[in-house]
Design a protein around this ligand. Structure first.
Ligand code: HEM
Length: 124
């Protein structure tokens, strides 16, 4: 599977989850998880779909180590970030416990985006 296809398919999976959560929030008039819903849709769907389209428009991006680094750092960091945000906002875990995990996942996602920047410099 190309990096482009991976980003597009996983992005669509996040859209299904994000929209389902939005529908649940509306139906139950329970808006506590609105920030989680927003980040699933924006980090999970919107950004990954933009990345997938960029890698489709510029095929050379799919063939580099920077591209693979970008994909995996963003997948792992993004998943941990979204789950951690849910655990924090839903008050399942206290901020003192989940905060450090959230902070590390943010750095991993950021490192993924820096890899994307290097990939663009090298191959775009
Ligand atoms: C079936 C589709 C969707 C439904 C039913 C839905 C539902 C909702 C609901 C009920 C809220 C909370 C509103 C409030 O707090 O008063 C919300 C907030 C929000 N939604 Fe959606 N949404 C959908 C799709 C999307 C998509 C596709 C995106 C972005 C790509 C998005 C981004 C946001 C953002 C940024 C907020 C504000 C979050 C906040 O205030 O913390 N939503 N949505």
């Amino acid at each position: 599977m190309t990096i482009s296809k991976g980003f597009l398919i996983i992005g669509a999976v996040y859209l299904v989850i994000g929209m389902s959560l939005g529908i649940w929030m509306g139906a139950n008039e329970a808006f506590t998880l609105a920030p989680v819903h927003a980040h699933i849709n924006l980090v999970g769907f919107t950004l990954m779909t933009l990345f997938g389209l960029a890698y489709r428009v510029i095929p050379a991006l799919n063939t580099t180590l920077w591209g693979r680094l970008h994909f995996w750092l963003f997948q792992i960091g993004g998943l941990v970030l979204l789950v951690s945000l849910y655990l924090l906002v839903s008050q399942t875990l206290p901020g003192a416990t989940i905060g450090p995990v959230l902070a590390i996942s943010e750095m991993v996602v950021l490192a993924g985006v820096v890899a994307f920047l290097f990939n663009l410099f090298k191959s775009a």
